[in-house]
Design a protein. Structure first.
Length: 132
């Protein structure tokens, strides 16, 4: 299940909010999942200038060692934007989604976010937009 939230939060606060719902920031593991998420966000963002959303990827523990918020390694699927990750400043340790591309940003910057909850190893695709 996916839930998209329009209230901007830092990466850490977004992840904490997801965890409070027994979920995590979204973990994108395939091109198909990426395309699906892009379609969900396009529908929600059609009238918005805020198209960047946090996902659960970070290298906050070890620079350039990207891990998902559940502790798993990046894995074979990656979808970085050209010249990303650039770590143009030392604090660009968290990743967000712009359209279908991944971008590293400061974890302290506030953006919309998307939570994901898996149930019995099956995906249940739903979307919820909330102001919380």
């Amino acid at each position: 299940m996916y839930a998209v939230f329009s209230r901007a939060k830092s990466w850490k606060h977004a992840e904490g909010f997801c965890r409070s719902m027994d979920a995590q920031l979204v973990k994108i593991e395939s091109r198909d999942e990426s395309v699906f998420i892009k379609s969900l966000l396009q529908d929600l963002n059609s009238n918005s200038s805020s198209r960047f959303h946090w996902i659960g990827l970070t290298d906050i523990e070890v620079e350039t060692h990207w891990k998902w918020s559940d502790g798993s390694s990046l894995g074979p699927y990656e979808n970085w934007a050209p010249q990303q990750p650039d770590s143009s400043s030392l604090d660009q340790d968290c990743v967000g989604l712009y359209q279908v591309w991944w971008h590293d940003r400061s974890c302290l910057s506030k953006h919309r976010f998307m939570c994901e909850k898996k149930k019995d190893n099956d995906f249940y695709f739903t979307v919820k937009s909330a102001l919380t």
